[in-house]
Design a protein around this ligand. Structure first.
Ligand code: FAD
Length: 307
């Protein structure tokens, strides 16, 4: 078994709300398969459109009521009023959610589109901490854990990588407990982010976000969305692969090698982007030979990443 400095490393997955009844059925199978690996939490993506907001809340409900998984609710502040955000955070608390991934969200494509009351994620973090203080009774002695986004490759709107580091420090000062990274394709991008963050005074855990990608078109779409250029060798290998299982293996191999390097360099755990498919995600986790995960190990590592 490989030796990883952070023992036991945390394990989490990202899923998104299904758009059709068929996708909902497929997601049920995915959630069962993910639950079998005993993750610390499963994060549920968020988008501010009313329909997507409803499906996000439904999925959180489903995870809480019908699985053994613990949900982490994503929340974005772009286009939203402080009142709406306050209501949503209160609603999360009333459902039993205890972890929020607080982000700004992508700006509307239309320059005249509604940007909302808060221009940056750090204001959302502060709002969540205020709502938490008002709901201390509902939370018992507990506390909401707040995660934030971090960028191994410069955020597309940011003037520099160093600026991103200062923004991450600001999020920590506003009350963030840990960060999860955007996808990246070179091991040194994660280690470079952590080194620069530590030098700047960021002390919260920074969990690498990993994608066992099995589809070259998805890789291209992701690159357009995030501004992270796809690895050319990975893209070529996926393009040349003939079968789905070959593509899965290629994506898992690539993500496993990134994850192993990050864990050997001291990463506190791994967060796996699943795109609602379990095969690549669970194969990746198996490949990493994470120390045996049990319910009690889950609590230890969850406490470390603040989930
Ligand atoms: P911020 O930290 O507010 O930064 C946004 C931009 O503003 C950056 O360029 C930053 O450098 C700049 N900035 C920040 N503060 C300042 C300041 N004080 N002065 C000047 N410039 C500043 N999006 C969704 O819509 N839904 C999701 O569910 C979702 N999940 C995600 C999960 C993860 C793990 C990650 C990494 C990203 C996710 N995203 C999601 C995407 C995210 O919303 C975008 O990357 C968004 O563009 C930035 O969000 P942020 O929270 O990092 O913003």
């Amino acid at each position: 078994m490989p030796h990883y400095p952070a023992t036991p490393p945390s394990l989490s997955y990202e899923v998104y709300p299904p758009a059709t009844p068929r996708a909902r059925e497929a997601l049920n199978t995915t959630l069962d398969a993910l639950a079998a690996t005993h993750p610390d939490f499963v994060s549920v993506t968020y988008s501010g459109t009313p329909e997507r907001r409803r499906t996000t809340l439904e999925l959180i409900h489903q995870i809480l009521d019908h699985t053994r998984l613990r949900p982490l609710a994503h929340l974005t502040c772009v286009g939203e009023s402080a009142d709406t955000l306050t209501d949503l955070v209160r609603h999360f608390i009333s459902l039993g959610v205890r972890g929020v991934l607080a982000m700004r969200g992508d700006l509307p494509a239309d320059p005249n589109g509604e940007r909302g009351e808060y221009p940056f994620a750090r204001y959302l973090i502060e709002l969540i901490r205020r709502v938490e203080a008002q709901n201390a009774v509902a939370l018992g002695a507990g506390r909401l854990s707040i995660g934030v986004a971090a960028y191994p490759v410069r955020h597309p709107e940011s003037p520099s990588f160093q600026h991103d580091i200062e923004v991450l420090l600001g999020k920590q000062r506003s009350g963030a407990d840990y960060a999860i990274t955007q996808v990246y394709f070179r091991p040194e991008e994660y280690t470079g982010l952590v080194a620069a963050a530590r030098t700047a005074g960021v002390s919260i855990p920074i969990v690498p976000g990993l994608l066992p990608v099995d589809d070259v078109r998805r890789l291209e779409r992701l690159s357009a969305m995030t501004g992270v250029a796809p690895d050319p060798l990975l893209a070529a290998a996926l393009e040349a692969a003939r079968t789905e299982s070959e593509r899965t293996r290629i994506g898992v191999d690539f993500a496993a090698s990134l994850a192993r390097r990050a864990l050997e360099d001291g990463a506190p755990g791994v967060h796996v982007y699943t795109f609602n498919k379990h095969r690549g995600a669970t194969e990746l986790v198996e490949r990493l030979e994470l120390p045996r995960r049990r319910a009690d190990a889950r609590l230890d590592s969850a406490a470390r990443v603040g989930a």
